[in-house]
Design a protein around this ligand. Structure first.
Ligand SMILES: Nc1ncnc2c1ncn2[C@@H]1O[C@H](COP(=O)(O)OP(=O)(O)O)[C@@H](O)[C@H]1O
Ligand SMILES: CC(=O)N[C@@H](CCC(=O)OP(=O)(O)O)C(=O)O
Length: 294
């Protein structure tokens, strides 16, 4: 009986948070690393179904870096990453399209439905909502590094996403875009795609789910997690190389989100059961929070 009363207490405790976030859009970026763990993915998607059921409006933007690496290896191709971004030639683009836009995208939407939620996969075969342009990266000597078919999002079809949200469906968006000037496909880093979606929708919150517990002082030591960072400190961590590899575009995407007026962004561990709900429904939260100083 006591246990049942405690369960009811927990429900009542969540009431305030459920009210606060009802009808508000939360963008969740799902990293490829989390999706490698079937059990973790199932629990993350269950949390998302819960959010949708209580009237929040979750929007899912996903990557799939690990699955793309695997598919490239199977095709005899070696991935080349430049500051956390994949060099994307014609053959790589074909694989990214197949793995990210179709296999991963359609399987996430199908899993949400299996768990009792309603989802809509938004890809080139159904409805594309991301449009962009090619990017280059500044090199060490000031030259521009060519990344092939890699782009950034310049426009989001927010009407389609909002209509789905308000119809009680979870939009599931892969990190690929159509090039506005050529009509070709672009491979977009999923962290930056999530930023573009969150700012275009004026989201209440943006949460990056990865396979690390947050930003760490020593990337190999979970205990060195930094719970709270300012934008100034985060920039310094990139400059000094503490933040490395796939964490670079993630922290850069957080900073861009803050620059565009969202007050707080979170990097949390998707392998920790219910980390998403804990982040939203508890005051302490989990993972690393980056907040603007200005
Ligand atoms: N300072 C750091 N703190 C935490 N992780 C870091 C750090 N620097 C580099 N990393 C690496 O970044 C990875 C997360 O980026 P990535 O693999 O792209 O994740 P995702 O697929 O979730 O986007 C971690 O698994 C870790 O190896
Ligand atoms: C340009 C670029 O790097 N695109 C990424 C897109 C997927 C992604 O970002 O996946 P994660 O979120 O799992 O890292 C890539 O090809 O890996």
């Amino acid at each position: 009986m006591l246990e049942a009363i405690q369960k009811a207490d927990t429900l009542i405790e969540a009431l305030g948070w459920i009210r606060r976030f009802r009808d508000k859009i939360t963008v969740i970026k799902l990293g490829g690393s989390v999706m490698e763990d079937e059990n973790a993915l199932r629990h993350v998607l269950l949390d998302i179904v819960f959010m949708e059921t209580v009237g929040m409006r979750p929007v899912l933007v996903h990557g799939g870096g690990a699955a793309i690496d695997r598919a490239m290896a199977a095709a005899g191709l070696t991935p080349k990453k430049i500051r956390g971004r994949r060099y994307t030639d014609d053959a790589t683009l074909k694989i990214v399209e197949e793995v990210l836009a179709y296999e991963t995208n359609e399987s996430i939407a199908a899993k949400i439905e299996e768990l009792g939620g309603r989802a809509m996969n938004l890809n080139f075969r159904s409805t594309n909502v991301l449009f962009g342009e090619r990017i280059t990266l500044p090199g060490e000597d000031g030259e521009q590094l060519d990344l092939g078919h890699v782009g950034k999002v310049t426009r989001v079809d927010r009407g389609v996403i909002e209509n789905l949200c308000y119809a009680g469906q979870v939009p599931v968006i892969p990190s690929m875009a159509i090039d506005e000037s050529t009509g070709g496909m672009l491979n977009v880093n999923a962290d930056t795609a999530a930023t573009a979606v969150a700012t275009a929708l004026g989201a209440e919150k943006l949460i990056y789910m990865s396979d690390v517990n947050g930003v760490r002082r020593d990337k190999t030591d979970p205990k060195s997690i930094i719970h709270s960072l300012t934008d100034v400190e985060a920039r310094e961590l990139i400059r000094t190389g503490v933040v490395d590899a796939g964490m670079i575009p993630k922290v850069e995407a957080c900073l861009e989100t803050l620059d565009r007026g969202v007050r707080k962004v979170h990097i949390i561990d998707g392998r920790l059961r219910h980390s998403l709900l804990l982040e939203i429904y508890t005051t302490e939260g989990v993972g690393t929070e980056i907040a603007s100083t200005s």
